[in-house]
Design a protein. Structure first.
Length: 288
């Protein structure tokens, strides 16, 4: 994994944890998701048009199918993530989702794309995933007595399944179908808006309340979320998915620290050990 790819992934991790923190503050449902996708579509339209005009990538039926699949998979991801945030703590749902995702997507990349990570890189992936699961295990114990703990865990794992699915699908779209990363995410946001648009009329009041009370959070999720994923997709264009997927999950450490600092969620020695494991894992990926 090159240092440039690593820099892209780590920057994306910071942005990803940040937009998830804002999403947790709202813990909205489909009206919130609709607004996020709408704002993201509008904001990134000039950049997408510039790429389409100046780079002139080929966009045929396979590419449109790739964008459509991305829209549906990400919609499922957002719905499950937001439902998880409604019933559970940030430091439970987020680590569970982000730990299940890379484990499955790395395995899928090895199985379907024929990727063969080096021994050092493989050790780095194991360290990162092990550190993530250590954080997750601590958090599950800390909320074991709450009513919604079981649902928080279920939503976290289901979200992780969708993360693995869209990671492999999107890697194929940018690497094999040649869809530019920004165009892929922009198009998928438009796709989600079109899917949700028929229901928007019945959400009029909720949409108005969200926009009045949470426009900062909506803007942060819409802009930072797309920017973070563009960086990840760019790295996946020239870096194996089995390297990128685990490395981007260092966002869990950032998100966990945000939860400790701003959401009054406790910490502990296990968090420190897990952080060291993740840092060592990233270093192994960088030099592997």
């Amino acid at each position: 994994m090159t240092l440039f790819a690593l820099a892209l992934v780590l920057a994306a991790a910071l942005l990803h944890a940040t937009w998830n923190f804002f999403a947790k503050r709202v813990a909205g449902q489909l009206p919130f998701i609709f607004l996020v996708c709408l704002v993201s579509s509008v904001f990134w339209t000039p950049f997408a048009i510039a790429i389409l005009v100046f780079q002139q990538p080929y966009i045929g039926l396979p590419q449109l199918a790739g964008i459509g699949g991305t829209a549906l998979l990400h919609l499922g991801y957002f719905v499950l993530l937001q439902r998880g945030y409604r019933v559970g703590d940030f430091s439970v749902v987020y680590p569970l989702a982000r730990s299940t995702g890379p484990a499955l997507s790395s395995a899928g990349a090895i199985l379907f794309f024929g990727e063969r990570p080096s021994l050092l890189a493989g050790a780095g992936m194991v360290l990162i995933i092990a550190g993530v699961y250590m954080l997750t295990a601590r958090d599950k114990q800390s909320v074991a007595r709450t009513v919604n703990a079981g649902w928080a865990v279920r939503y976290g794992i289901l979200t992780g399944l969708f993360i693995a699915a869209y990671t492999l699908w999107d890697a194929r779209s940018v690497r094999m179908l040649g869809v530019p990363p920004l165009v892929l995410d922009w198009g998928s946001n438009i796709g989600r808006v079109l899917v949700l648009l028929p229901f928007a009329g019945s959400w009029r009041e909720e949409i108005a309340v969200h926009w009045r009370e949470h426009r900062v959070e909506i803007g942060a999720v819409a802009i930072l979320g797309t920017f973070a994923y563009i960086l990840v997709l760019t790295a996946m264009q020239f870096t194996p998915v089995s390297y990128v997927a685990p490395a981007r999950e260092t966002s869990i450490l950032i998100g966990t620290l945000m939860g400790m600092r701003y959401l009054s969620e406790g910490g502990g020695m296990k968090r420190i050990v897990a952080a060291l494991m993740m840092v060592a894992g990233v270093a192994a990926l960088a030099f592997g």
